[in-house]
Design a protein around this ligand. Structure first.
Ligand code: ADP
Ligand code: MG
Length: 236
């Protein structure tokens, strides 16, 4: 499997607070990595470091064998991101929002891609109405469409299921499957174990800023004497 992402001995502190301790892991092409840990364990901090938007760390973050710090501008074109707390331009319509993002990425042919994604997520009818009127799940969907509009190699999703109804979760799972089949690497932090369990090629468990397990769901369960993922999470 082609290696896409590698973190080596990453440490990050905020003042006196040492948040990440020698975090190391790698991800391959087409993998969906579930990044699991209790609140405050350092998941979002890891994601922000991998996005290249948070500095002041030690260790290395490499993508396709190259340190991301070497050329952050072209690196950022290769990644997509859906933050834990959405910050959308709510006075825009869905289409205006995607149009705006496309101009940031200097894309000329984005409409077809937007329509294709909107079709999959079943929100094409909402593209011409303002985001302020969307349900939480619809906001999540338009954010995900926005994160994919420039066709990134890696997608970082920080708690992506917030506010999604059951049907939307099912659609979302299909989209993730399609994306990994297309060779995209998905880094997915969540506390909803069910989806992580079904979708992840690998799970990484984070506790107090340290990686305490990195294996397939199967291996993790076997090592924990067959507990469910839910039990494993609750025991963290
Ligand atoms: P998680 O996403 O797993 O809930 P975070 O990465 O958000 O955890 O936070 C890990 C720890 O780092 C928490 O104790 C949090 O308060 C602290 N932290 C995160 N971001 C900052 C920041 N910008 N300044 C100071 N402390 C921070
Ligand atoms: Mg978080």
């Amino acid at each position: 499997m082609e290696e896409v992402l590698r973190l080596t001995n990453v440490n990050k502190s905020f003042g006196e607070h040492h948040v990440l301790h020698d975090v190391s892991f790698a991800a391959g092409r087409g993998e969906l990595i579930g990044y699991i840990g209790p609140n405050g364990s350092g998941k979002s901090t890891t994601v922000k470091l991998m996005l290249g938007i948070l500095g002041g760390y030690t260790g290395t973050i490499e993508v396709f064998g190259k340190n991301i710090e070497e050329d952050l501008v072209s690196y950022k074109r290769k990644i997509g991101y859906v933050p834990e707390i959405l910050s959308l331009y709510e006075s825009l319509t869905g289409e205006e929002y995607i149009s705006f993002l496309s101009s940031v990425y200097e894309l000329s042919n984005w409409r077809g891609r937007m329509e294709e994604l909107a079709e999959i997520f079943q929100i094409n009818d909402a593209l011409t109405t303002r985001i302020s009127g969307y349900s939480k799940g619809m906001k999540q969907k338009i954010a995900i469409i926005g994160s994919l509009i420039h066709n990134p190699d890696i997608l970082f999703l920080d708690e992506p299921l917030n506010g999604m109804d059951t049907n939307s979760v099912a659609v979302f799972k299909e989209v993730l499957k399609t994306l990994t089949k297309q060779g995209k690497t998905i880094f997915y932090s969540s506390h909803i174990m069910e989806v992580v369990e079904q979708m992840s090629s690998r799970v990484i468990l984070l506790k107090d800023g340290a990686v305490i397990a990195d294996s397939t769901v199967e291996e993790l369960k076997n090592n924990s004497k067959g507990s469910s993922m839910e039990d494993i999470f609750n025991d963290l």
